[in-house]
Write a protein that binds this ligand. Structure first.
Ligand code: MLT
Length: 250
């Protein structure tokens, strides 16, 4: 059984992920917003690599059925209906809609994971649901990658902490003796040990968390730190992220 934690998408190639189950984590804020959107009835979330690509994708969809969402430098992209605050993805805003989304790191990490056997979008808000699916994948395939979106191709504390929390709950009885982990996972476990279950503390300590507070998004941190409020399983396949039933079927 093997668990690898990777701290930024540029640290892996498609070949590294081929045939593997990948949990993509961008707690602040993309994978949180994706989980909230799907839990609130969005039909699908379509990640786009750039603003232009998002506009192109949206053009090919029925105008009334599509919502453009995303940020650059944490702020809503001009002309887009929604930014990247999870609270914006309310049932009124997203129910029945296809969300075309582009963000600085989160959607890039999802796109980088394309080609994996299964891609799950994970956050605190859907933590236990994602953990259940990841556990089933580990049992069936013996292998899991937790891919952190990071920040500007660098390590991000909040994602590393989330990866550590997930690794911790997935460890079989007997702990590290029974599973092969990379050094990324060992370091992530140390962070999980340090912060325990205090998501809010880890998020507030992170550079991006502090930046979001300065920009006036303090309430986003609270929403992103709340575990299991939106128990949805977002799976990314064929360029669409959709909500699936949490089950043990791989
Ligand atoms: C990202 O994709 O980099 C983040 O979700 C940025 C943000 O907080 O909006």
């Amino acid at each position: 059984m093997r668990i690898d934690v990777v701290y930024a998408p540029n640290a892996v190639t498609p070949a590294d992920l081929a045939g593997r189950t990948v949990v993509v984590v961008d707690v602040l804020r993309a994978t949180t917003s994706i989980a909230v959107a799907l839990a609130n009835g969005a039909k699908a979330v379509l990640p786009a690599a750039s603003t232009d690509e998002a506009l192109r994708i949206a053009q090919n969809l029925e105008r009334d059925a599509v919502v453009l969402a995303g940020e650059r430098k944490s702020v809503r992209i001009e002309g887009f209906a929604l930014g990247n605050s999870p609270a914006e993805f309310s049932p009124e805003a997203v129910s029945g809609k296809t969300i075309v989304m582009t963000t600085s790191n989160g959607t890039q990490a999802l796109i980088a994971a394309q080609g994996a056997r299964e891609i799950i979008a994970g956050a605190a808000v859907n933590f236990s649901t994602v953990a259940q699916r990841a556990r089933a994948a580990l049992e069936q395939h013996g292998d899991l990658v937790i891919l952190c979106a990071g920040g500007d191709k660098q390590f991000a504390l909040e994602d590393a902490f989330a990866a550590g929390r997930l690794t911790k709950v997935l460890l079989p009885e007997g702990g590290l003796r029974r599973v092969t982990v990379n050094d990324g996972a060992v370091a992530a476990l140390e962070l999980a040990r340090h912060y325990g279950e205090r998501w809010a503390r880890a998020l507030r300590a992170s550079a991006h968390g502090r930046e979001l507070v300065e920009l006036g998004f303090r309430s986003d941190l609270e929403m992103c730190a709340a575990q299991d409020t939106h128990p949805v399983l977002p799976l990314y396949a064929d360029r669409r992220i959709t909500a699936h039933r949490a089950s043990n079927e791989g």
